[in-house]
Design a protein around this ligand. Structure first.
Ligand SMILES: [Zn+2]
Length: 208
């Protein structure tokens, strides 16, 4: 089984090679960034950001959603509790919302009703972002519509983050930075949402 072999090889090869580093992690964590990503297996946070264990505090869910503070009931509390821990306890300096192209979670919004009813829990989760559909309904080209809704979703999650007082206060005082990213699977490029001009710009190392 590949993942079991992976565990054995990690210990034998990677861990042993960087033993001092891995052992040092036992002292505790001080991640600089809280990363909210999609559960999609193709978008791997540490891989695309070239970060090491201890740097990113991560939550991944369907379509990289942060439930807004006023809809944070029942099972939706899970993501919000991780956000609270990251910001108030770990005192991360950055929050990244990372959406991506070809997102199955956002595609699912367009499934026929019967198909979604077979996934009642997913359906309930997607209720949080269902209204985004109306914003792209007039786009006929399906590929363009997908890109548009995936990017709108990133912006929506930034807005949702700011519905939490403890995020808003730190963001406004400059203690906390918020980034909205859009990762393109087929090119490996990441676009960052510029909060001032309200557009996505390619991260190419010049500004970041
Ligand atoms: Zn996705």
């Amino acid at each position: 089984m590949p993942i079991i072999d992976g565990i054995v090889r990690f210990k034998k090869e990677d861990f042993e090679r960087d033993k001092e580093f891995f052992q040092g992690l036992k002292e505790g964590q001080k991640p600089h960034t809280f990363y909210v990503g999609c559960s999609d297996s193709r978008v791997v946070p540490n891989l695309i950001t070239k970060t090491l264990p201890g740097e990113l505090f991560v939550v991944r869910n369907i379509a990289n959603v942060v439930p807004p503070a006023d809809r944070n009931e029942g099972t939706l509390k899970c993501t919000a509790s991780i956000l609270e821990y990251a910001v108030k306890y770990l005192e991360v300096k950055n929050i990244v919302i990372c959406g991506h192209s070809n997102c199955g979670g956002l595609k699912a919004l367009f499934y026929p009703k019967e198909k979604l009813e077979k996934l009642p829990m997913v359906n309930r989760w997607l209720d949080l972002i269902k209204d985004l559909k109306e914003k792209v309904d007039d786009i006929e080209d399906i590929a363009l519509r997908e890109w548009e809704i995936e990017q709108l979703n990133v912006v929506r999650q930034i807005e949702n983050l700011l519905t939490y007082d403890f995020v808003k206060e730190r963001f406004e005082s400059g203690e906390l930075k918020i980034y909205g990213w859009y990762y393109i699977i087929e090119s490996g490029e990441v676009y960052n949402y510029n909060l001032e001009i309200k557009e996505f710009e390619l991260i190419n190392g010049e500004e970041f």
